[in-house]
Design a protein around this ligand. Sequence first.
Ligand SMILES: NC(=O)c1ccc[n+]([C@@H]2O[C@H](COP(=O)([O-])OP(=O)(O)OC[C@H]3O[C@@H](n4cnc5c(N)ncnc54)[C@H](O)[C@@H]3O)[C@@H](O)[C@H]2O)c1
Length: 278
Amino acid sequence: MAGRLDGKVAVITGGGNGLGRASAVRFAEEGAAGIVVADVLEGPALETVALVEAAGGAAVFVPLDATSRVDNEAMVTTAVERFGHIDVLLTAAGVSHGGYRSGDLDASRKRMLDRVDNVTTPWVPFLELSVDEFQAVLDVNLTGTLLAVQAVAAHLVEAERPGSIITVASIMARSDTGPVPYNVSKAGVWMLTKIAARVLAPRRIRVNAIGPGYVSTNMTAALTEMPPELLGPFMAAIPMGRLGEPVEIANTALFLASDESSYFTGELLHPDGGFFTG
Ligand SMILES: NC(=O)c1ccc[n+]([C@@H]2O[C@H](COP(=O)([O-])OP(=O)(O)OC[C@H]3O[C@@H](n4cnc5c(N)ncnc54)[C@H](O)[C@@H]3O)[C@@H](O)[C@H]2O)c1
């Protein structure tokens, strides 16, 4: 049976965990010819490579610090050397705060408790926000997205090939509750996506964003441990009453990666359990 990505080559930043990993596996299940798993964490990324191979696909790990132009360009070079060309980019590398390390649950728990402490005094974290913290999040989430998009788009323009670029924003791109660096970085990703879509459309390169709601990954693992008086209102804001599963975001990425979305560009899709309609 024909797959929805037959013959396509995809590069996935942040492919070592969560949404990036789920997308790598779904892309392989739908016939992708090759997947580049780029991540700052080698161990989890190699696990993703093994999962892709178990799904019948081919994958290669590329070490990537998303904030480095050199690394992003090397990622593209490796993809082309290994698989011949690139059709799809998914930028899933991201952090919730400076110093975030995917899988360090103890640090995430501590962070969550700090946030809970500030619920009744929201001006305190705002006034105490350091430039270092602000910059660290913008560097990965926003500058990292820009660098990956530039590197892949430069290859597509040079090779005169069409392509689909998918960025990962968040419901927080359109929300005024949440940590300033994260929300601002995701609002930036949204605008970057719209501008990139406009300027790259004449070259047959589509650029769309996914704005997930809360999804069960390392990034949100500590959330569900909040005290009931905070977890209750939090869950009430999600009309479907549950967190999303990574595969539900991967299926959105799959649609945007495939030719089924051929008339979409500059769009922000929200798989979010109805968050905006609640
Ligand atoms: N989980 C959610 O609820 C949710 C909701 C909306 C948006 N998002 C966004 O989705 C994306 C993926 O998040 P996730 O939930 O899968 O988290 P995750 O922690 O499971 O995965 C993030 C991946 O990005 C990698 N990464 C982090 N910094 C990097 C860097 N400098 N260079 C290269 N790789 C780096 C991590 O190693 C990890 O493998 C992020 O941009 C996140 O902001 C997540």
